[in-house]
Write a protein that binds this ligand. Structure first.
Ligand SMILES: [Zn+2]
Length: 159
């Protein structure tokens, strides 16, 4: 199966495989072979288990990047955020599918696999995770900043 087809058919698949300490339940990403949270690290040796992060999280801090690194010129300005995943580990990644001005601390995001960059004539494409606002997954792309319509008040029940 081609990579493009793989991701098209599995839009939520990404490689966020971390590890979890079976002793204290702390989750790590990238995975670790010993647990620094356990008082005695050796207790965790051999007890680190693979753990797949959900990719869901919340923006903790972010910056708007105006000077792009080579290969990212097309994407300026973009938002680079630190996201605290629901499982605990902090991830750094680009926030996409939202105007930079709309990103804020506390924004609920979800990891999504995207093309990171394409390299020169060889056309080597790198994929990795980026974060998209969680709203996108439920109600589609936001097209305006219009507030939600007010709910229609219900008629009081008559006896
Ligand atoms: Zn531990």
């Amino acid at each position: 199966m081609s990579i493009a087809r793989f991701w098209r058919e599995s839009p939520r698949r990404y490689n966020l495989g971390g590890s979890q300490c079976a002793v204290c339940s702390t989750v790590y990403f990238p995975p670790r072979s010993v647990c620094p949270s356990c008082a005695h690290h050796r207790h965790s040796i051999g007890k680190m288990e693979p753990f797949q992060l959900s990719g869901d999280g919340e923006v903790v801090t972010f910056s708007v990047i105006h000077d792009a690194a080579e290969g990212f010129e097309m994407q300026v300005p973009y938002v680079l955020a630190i996201v605290r995943t629901t499982e605990g580990p902090m991830l750094t990644g680009q926030v996409v599918d939202v105007a930079p001005g709309e990103v804020d601390i506390g924004l609920k995001v979800r990891a999504t696999f995207r093309k990171l960059r394409e390299e020169g004539r060889a056309g080597v494409i790198h994929y990795g995770y980026k974060f998209a606002p969680m709203d996108e997954w439920h109600v589609g792309p936001r097209r305006s900043k219009d507030p939600e319509p007010a709910p229609v008040p219900r008629e009081p029940a008559r006896a």
